[in-house]
Design a binder for this molecule. Sequence first.
Ligand code: SF4
Length: 123
Amino acid sequence: MQYKCTTPIDEIRQMKKEIRQMKDAAYTKLICKPFCEFYSEGKESLLCGTYKYVRDRIGAPELEHLTTGEDLKPDFTHERFIKEEICLRCDFFADGCDYVTGVHSPPCGGYRVVEVLKKKSYL
Ligand code: SF4
């Protein structure tokens, strides 16, 4: 017997969109917990642009391999790329990310991860 899905396609698309708007525990463990000074538990629907950028391009096991043991202190080598290609589309940018708006503040953890992956020519 063949299973036939009766859920309307628009409803499935909406569900997929909502899932993409939630943090994935594997990436949170690799990006936010070790590298983001602004991370706090329980805010699973708050995703910065760099988090989404990495999640959508690199599998979690590969990301773990690429970042383990790395010193992710940013040196802003790829600042222009990150700001123009990612930060401008980030929800926190719209809300006034202190780093991007020039307030004395470090960037988020995802920024650090993107920077190191760019240096390794992985992104
Ligand atoms: S540095 Fe700020 S604007 Fe850029 S991705 Fe991180 S939170 Fe978003």
